[in-house]
Design a protein around this ligand. Sequence first.
Ligand code: ADP
Ligand code: MG
Length: 287
Amino acid sequence: MPDALVADGLTKTYPARRGGTAAVTAAKRIGFRLPKGGSLGLVGESGSGKTTLARMIVGLARPDAGTVTIDGRDRQWRARGRKARLARAREAQMVFQDPYGSLDRRLTVEDALRDVLRRHRPDLTSAGAAGHVRTLLDRVGLGESKAGSRPHQLSGGQRQRVAIAKALAVDPAVLVLDEAVSALDVSVQAQILALLNEIRRESGVSLVFVSHDLAVVAEVTDQVLVMYEGECVEHGATTDVLCRPQHPYTEMLLSSAPGPDWQPERVAELRAVFAATRREPARSSLA
Ligand code: ADP
Ligand code: MG
């Protein structure tokens, strides 16, 4: 079976602005392969290029170089006409950190989902669509009692579940989540992570999970790509990267999360080691 998602040599530079900011290369020759039903974590500190990479994967940003292939098809093909645009939307969907931005405040949960189904599943009858809405609500762990709610009547976690349900309604091959649980309480975060694992198992969707938090990434991914200033500094199986980090930057990320045995001095030390070695080539233990 071909990989669901192949990224190859993805590069993007934001040009210098007249105000004086220098050009920033937010992604430098990033590549990876993700099988159907696989899950990749993109981690790195704020500004490391994660969102830029995520936007290139779903086609919201155009790479300066490199390609994104989903189910064997180049992501950069121009979608001409309605059918092509719908097919393109089915390749990849994105869930953002703030679902307020992607949810229409006027629509109830049910209407928002029906809206997506009207476009993507014109074959469904009204009863069929209603049934599918129930299935989607169930899949994201939202009771039917929430079907009539509008975004402002929901909690942050519930809104994020709606955003995930809307993305799943399209039945995408790849689902990209950019810091999608970062703003949520730890307990709600844990519920959504468990949900994502279940969705992945049941639907076979491939996940790209973006987070600055390695511990969160570990819950839902089988491979991790660590970014620093647009470069891939480490890429490998999640367990290897977490248990045996090869790069000082990864080690720093692991020890910079305040926990029971957090040592700020160690973080500072690793940062210094990292700064000194950062010209090393990227390592990938995955082909
Ligand atoms: P992350 O998601 O890891 O925080 P981003 O991809 O948002 O990283 O940003 C990577 C770098 O690119 C940062 O230095 C950021 O300031 C810069 N950048 C992001 N978007 C733009 C933009 N639209 N124009 C100019 N610079 C940008
Ligand atoms: Mg970001």
